[in-house]
Design a protein around this ligand. Structure first.
Ligand code: ZN
Length: 243
């Protein structure tokens, strides 16, 4: 194919713009601001889950504590009743022995229940502290999430602006390239991912290969308007103006 050397050089400009656009596209996919946001969102979910677990634990403990307190009340009432009965003196010796036996047993039971109550109370305090801690962590994360979201949005908007500007610039550059040359460029992009490369000395910038001496000589002898193709990577090579 033949093409004006100026048009050939426009392909290099086009390739630069395409590289810039795919760089921007890549940056959008690996946006660090998005990573930060994703990480914080995962942290926030974990905090919510652990807070929910702590709240359920607290409810279980409250139920257990209510049951313990009610058991304790029953034991105390029974002790008072037995003690009053014993003090009243209107019981037989056998009944008195039984009451004393029961009172000792009730005292042990009360002691055990009180110890259990103290332990559960302590656990409840610890779980309640967990709930409060989760709440504080959630509030802190919410602030950081809002910042991260706005940083991500800003970064995306900046990227969109850069993409729009480069796309417009590319459209203007493409407009000046003859249709058949542009079609060849597009086929190269579809096949090799690169439309055109610069030939600097013996090196093709598309594949970074040094071409053999014969090819270099053939390229040197080729007419300026001859469209050359790299034998290594197959893309259009445009001779640098100096060579
Ligand atoms: Zn090449």
């Amino acid at each position: 194919m033949k093409a004006d050397p100026t048009d050939q050089r426009r392909l290099v400009e086009l390739a630069d713009l395409d590289r810039r656009l795919s760089g921007l596209e890549h940056r959008r996919r690996v946006l660090p601001e998005q990573d930060d946001l994703d990480r914080l969102e995962a942290e926030r979910r974990a905090v919510s889950e652990s807070a929910a677990r702590a709240r359920i634990h607290l409810e279980d403990l409250d139920r257990a504590l209510a049951k313990l307190r009610s058991d304790l009340r029953a034991v105390r009432t029974r002790r008072e009743k037995d003690a009053a009965l014993l003090a009243g003196g209107g019981v037989s010796e056998r009944q008195a022995t039984e009451l004393e036996y029961e009172l000792r047993s009730l005292a042990r039971r009360q002691e055990a229940l009180e110890a259990e109550l103290a332990e559960l109370d302590e656990r409840r305090e610890a779980v309640e502290a967990d709930v409060q801690h989760s709440g504080a962590a959630a509030s802190d994360l919410d602030v950081r999430l809002a910042d991260a979201r706005s940083a991500r949005d800003t970064a995306l908007a900046d990227l969109e602006d850069a993409v729009s500007a480069s796309t417009a610039e590319r459209a203007r550059a493409a407009e000046q390239v003859p249709a058949d040359l542009l079609a060849l460029y597009a086929r190269n992009v579809a096949r090799a991912g690169v439309g055109a490369a610069v030939l600097g000395g013996a090196r093709c910038s598309g594949c970074a290969m040094d071409l053999d001496r014969e090819t270099v000589a053939a390229f040197r002898d080729a007419a300026d308007d001859e469209v050359l193709t790299c034998p290594e990577c197959g893309v259009i090579v445009v001779r640098a103006e100096a060579s």
